[in-house]
Ligand binder design. Structure first.
Ligand code: URA
Length: 295
């Protein structure tokens, strides 16, 4: 059995598939995913200067408009390996969910010119009380022309110390998933709803979220991904402008400013509750198929 197959089977087992018996134990090296270097967005340093340019954005004065998303007959043209094992048993792309339209930068959130500028503004941001407790801001990082944009909740301890998103245990889980669906970390963009660590890793409060969302809106607008993957309830609610249980938001293709958006469990939730691994595996394969269906 080659290493790639072994890795895939191991992930299958991790995500709740059938038990797999290996002919030899997997070496730690095989389980670890090489972490891609931060590609674009510089990590802000402790005590970095306040924002150089754009003033703090005004909160969007109007909420998003929410409609029903259009129904689309997706035409899947496999990219990557057409015989990739993740495709076996992948669920069909589900029907439409919500179509949510947020204000454009000119009418609401910031007009920063680049991802670097967003990161710089974030590094000096004091728009909410989370700023007081942070070590580093975590603006997000990744491929500036990523097809897939993953959105988490907010930095945890490891991220607060490193200034990089998803570098702790949940990050290792996310890396594994992305690798197996042939969308490795180096190819995607990873952002969060809030850019500073909430105390004791609690979910961001509505005011904190609202203060920070202009940054994420602008990052998505600059990257212009084909697909957004919302990881967990905070991300789903912030991007869809609704409060609903995750179970009601999964298994639908929503639209965020026209971009297909799939909701799944947060990787940290998968570590806590292994029963969610199998449904999450289906969700990410739906997102991956959407990448195959969009030029
Ligand atoms: N959890 C998140 O939601 N985001 C991170 O960056 C890390 C952990």
């Amino acid at each position: 059995m080659n290493d790639a197959t072994r890795r895939w089977l191991e992930l299958q087992r991790d995500l709740g598939g059938d038990e797999v018996i290996f002919d030899r134990p997997l070496a730690q090296r095989e389980l670890e995913v090489e972490r891609a270097p931060a590609t674009v967005t510089p990590s802000p340093r402790k005590g970095s200067r306040p924002a150089r340019t754009a003033p703090a954005p005004a909160p969007d004065s109007v909420g998003p408009t929410i409609e029903k998303a259009p129904d689309v007959a997706w035409r899947i043209v496999p990219t990557g390996d057409p015989a990739a094992e993740w495709r076996t048993g992948a669920p069909p792309i589900p029907g439409p969910g919500l179509a949510v339209t947020f204000a454009t930068p000119t009418s609401g959130h910031g007009t920063w010119a680049s991802l670097e500028e967003v990161a710089e503004v974030v590094s000096g941001c004091v728009r909410c009380p989370l700023a007081a407790g942070r070590i580093l801001t975590v603006p997000g990082e990744g491929n500036p022309s990523a097809g897939l944009f993953c959105v988490g909740e907010g930095p945890g301890e490891s991220e607060d110390k490193s200034g990089r998103p998803f570098v702790g245990r949940a990050g290792a889980m996310l890396d594994k998933i992305l690798e197996v669906i042939e969308a490795p970390r180096a190819t995607v963009y990873i952002g969060n709803v809030v850019k500073c660590r909430p105390p004791r890793n609690r979910a961001p409060l509505p005011d904190e979220r609202d203060a920070c969302m202009p940054y994420l809106h602008r990052q998505i607008e600059l990257v212009r991904p084909k697909v957004i993957l919302a990881l967990g309830t905070s991300a789903a609610e912030a991007l869809l402008g609704v409060r609903k249980p995750l179970g009601e938001l999964r298994l639908k293709v929503h639209r965020y400013n026209g971009i297909p958006l799939v909701v799944t469990y947060h990787p940290a939730a998968l570590l806590r509750n292994p029963n969610w691994k199998r449904p999450a595996w289906d969700d990410v394969r739906i997102a991956r198929q959407l990448l195959d269906a969009i030029d």
